[in-house]
Design a protein around this ligand. Structure first.
Ligand SMILES: [Zn+2]
Length: 424
């Protein structure tokens, strides 16, 4: 069945919004700006923005193993509601996708219940223990999008180096959650000013930055493609910037919460403000903004990390790290940074759709003839207050409750199939 989207605003090469139409046949875009066909399902965009569906290279779906926090069905429903059409699932599940057997199990679960495209990572080490290396070639052959032990840092340099060498042979990206276990100090938030006021143990910035500094040198020696997860400190930014200047094949992501919040925003010992890496200082946040604008940081990823209300109920110590992210990412970033003139709309869409697809060689994140019809229609004027009780994710763990934002997705489509539509 042909689909025809009429009356949508699309950014052109000059970053101007132009009213256009999109024709879709068998899940692919066949024409932009064409006349209405005689026989087609018509979708009226009502003059709203049409953007390539967002691509999130860092998400936690919790299934298999932690279905009380999230399932592939609820996580992907949340992604669809947030305008995401392709998401890359981190390997800290039970079992870990550290073998062909386990990755195939995860692929079959995705096949059964995913509403958007889910591309699973393969782990770098068996059970993410940091010890025994996984067979990267076999994991690639079974559909791993890239390799990561996200959730924990790879502690041994030799393990990281050897896996980078193998990944380089496969031309695959190694994706790193950088955290030196000897520098965590049982911290639950940033080691700075606010943790002392609240009397909570802090995680120093070096916990992250020293491992990035190590890894970029390992990537250089291995000739590997290396992607840094959730950069949060100014020293990390400097390490990535220096590495890029040296010609090392490094890319980096930043999370919405690290761009929107800083340690002093944390109101109390409330675990809905606990994530890893933690909210850092104001000058760290400023350096993340500068790094996005100068290209040191390449893209935005949510690190969507649902947990139960019970797990997050009782203060930071003892609560797991992480906050949900899919359904608030675009509206918050659009409202705070595009509406205020700090960023252009084109930059935001580049960071959420175009760049993440490019880093991982994914044929998504664009609106062009021949491309998969992975699209999101967004009402930039719709204003709404964030209420976790309305989330599609099982998670309610967000620090953004009560924030007002504009720019809400009204329709999301994956390969021409509508996977989310705003209730009328
Ligand atoms: Zn992580």
């Amino acid at each position: 069945m042909k689909k025809y989207i009429k009356n949508v605003q699309l950014l052109n090469e000059q970053s101007e919004l132009v009213n256009t139409t999109v024709t879709i046949v068998e899940g692919r875009i066949t024409e932009i700006g064409g006349e209405q066909p005689n026989v087609a399902e018509i979708i009226d965009g009502n003059g709203n923005l049409l953007a390539p569906g967002f691509v999130d290279v860092h998400v936690h779906l919790r299934e298999p193993g932690f279905e009380h926090k999230e399932t592939i069905a609820t996580g992907t429903a949340s992604a669809a509601k947030g305008g995401f059409t392709t998401i890359c699932a981190m390997p800290n599940t039970k079992p870990v996708p550290d073998s062909v057997e386990n990755l195939e199990l995860i692929n079959s679960l995705i096949e059964q219940s995913a509403k958007v495209r889910v591309l699973p990572y393969g782990s770098l080490t068996v059970a993410q223990s940091g010890d025994e290396r996984t067979d990267l070639a076999a994991l690639k052959a079974s559909g791993a999008v890239a390799f990561s032990d996200d959730g924990v840092g790879v502690q041994l340099a030799s393990t990281m180096y050897e896996q980078m060498q193998d990944a380089a042979k496969l031309d695959m990206v190694v994706v790193a959650h950088c955290e030196d276990n000897s520098l965590i100090y049982d911290g639950v938030m940033h080691e700075g000013k606010r943790n002392k006021e609240l009397g909570l143990p802090g995680i120093p910035s070096i916990c992250e930055s020293v491992q990035i500094a190590r890894d970029v040198l390992l990537a250089e020696a291995a000739g590997a493609r290396y992607h840094v997860c959730h950069v949060s400190t100014k020293e990390s930014v400097r390490a990535v910037r220096d590495a890029k200047a040296a010609g090392i094949r490094v890319t980096a992501e930043v999370c919405p919460h690290h761009l929107l919040l800083e340690e002093m925003d944390i109101p109390s010992d409330d675990a809905n403000w606990k994530m890893n890496p933690p909210l850092r200082a104001a000058d760290d946040k400023d350096s993340l903004h500068a790094a996005l604008l100068d290209g040191t940081i390449d893209c935005i990823a949510t690190d969507h990390a649902p947990h139960t209300v019970e797990e997050k109920c009782c203060g930071m110590v003892g609560a797991p790290f992480g906050i949900v992210g899919f359904e608030t990412a675009f509206p918050l970033l659009y409202t705070r940074f595009v509406e205020t003139g700090k960023w252009t709309l084109k930059q935001l869409i580049d960071w959420m759709s175009v760049k993440p697809a490019q880093i991982f060689d994914l044929p998504y994140g664009t609106v062009e003839v021949g491309a998969a019809a992975d699209l999101v229609i967004i009402d930039l004027n719709k204003e709404q207050t964030i209420n976790p009780d309305e989330f599609a994710t099982k998670g309610r763990n967000t620090p953004f409750t009560g924030w007002s934002a504009k720019g809400w997705p009204v329709l999301t489509m994956v390969e021409g199939n509508i996977v989310y539509e705003e209730a009328k």
